[in-house]
Write a protein that binds this ligand. Structure first.
Ligand code: ATP
Length: 248
């Protein structure tokens, strides 16, 4: 049965290289159909938190040593990244990882690798991605390495969509992009959330834009959540204004 909470991270601790304690008991939840922002300065532990969920830590010699993670009603903290993708949870990594020597369309196809339904369904979803990202349709035959930063970020999100996710962990989508392009990407995130029902956990240093699109936010400092609340209340909070929004 569908639960109200799609993701729950319960008091996790993460250690790199057996000794470096980076997450010191992090808990957060994402409601089904929500957009939740994970905020904080560079190095606070946002990326580590997302990778703990998607199980990408092992490649970095990191390990969840305490706590538990549940996705869609199931304990997932011992699963492989592929098993998670099959269950509908996928990460779009920071730095918009695309295969630079493949075309946009080939990149999108690589996103369908866990699927067992036929090419017709995959084709239909590709059209769906192109409908959300008209710029990708225009550039479908270009090698992604020759497209703009914004197009590469769109390609990375589009590729994730090809796995038919229930939830996307989106790491720093605004990084290095012009404000107008960032806005364009967040508008599409909002649309995907509203029309496809995709839930989002998004790590952002750009507090301002994240709190305009998210419904709820968590703020991290040195491996801990130090504050959380509705996006609207965080936007009005004096400390958030001073330290994260640069006003007041
Ligand atoms: P960013 O915006 O740079 O991604 P972040 O908030 O996502 O920052 P993390 O990348 O999760 O932060 O890093 C949190 C801490 O963990 C930092 O102090 C970082 O130096 C450390 N760290 C990250 N990866 C590793 C690793 N593979 N080995 C050891 N320490 C690491």
């Amino acid at each position: 049965a569908a639960t109200e909470t799609i993701l729950s991270v319960n008091n996790i601790e993460v250690i790199y290289d057996h000794v470096i304690l980076v997450l010191k008991g992090v808990s957060l939840t994402v409601p089904r159909g929500g957009i939740v922002a994970l905020l904080g300065a560079n190095g606070a532990g946002k990326t580590t938190t997302l990778k703990a969920v998607s199980n990408l830590l092992r490649a970095e010699r990191g390990e969840v040593t305490k706590g538990s993670i549940e996705f869609d009603g199931e304990r997932v903290d011992r699963m492989t990244p592929n098993e998670l993708v099959r269950r509908g949870c996928i990460q779009v990594m920071e730095g918009r990882h695309c295969f630079g020597h493949l075309t946009i369309e080939e990149n999108l196809l690589t996103g369908a690798f866990t699927r067992r339904d036929g090419t017709a369904a995959i084709r239909r979803d590709m059209e769906m991605v192109y409908d959300y990202f008209p710029r990708l349709r225009q550039r479908r035959s270009s090698m992604s390495g020759y497209t703009s930063g914004g197009e590469q970020q769109m390609c990375a999100i589009g590729r994730a969509l090809m796995s038919r996710p229930k939830m996307i962990l989106l790491d720093e989508p605004s990084m290095g992009l012009a404000p107008q392009v960032v806005e364009e990407i967040f508008e599409i995130v909002k649309d995907l959330n509203a029309k496809e029902g995709v839930s989002f956990l998004l790590a952002e240093q750009n507090t301002n834009i994240a709190l305009r699109y998210a419904t709820y936010g968590y703020i991290m400092e040195t491996g801990r959540i130090v504050m959380d609340g509705d996006a609207a209340s965080l936007r009005e909070n004096e400390d958030v204004k001073e330290f994260y929004l640069g006003i007041g």
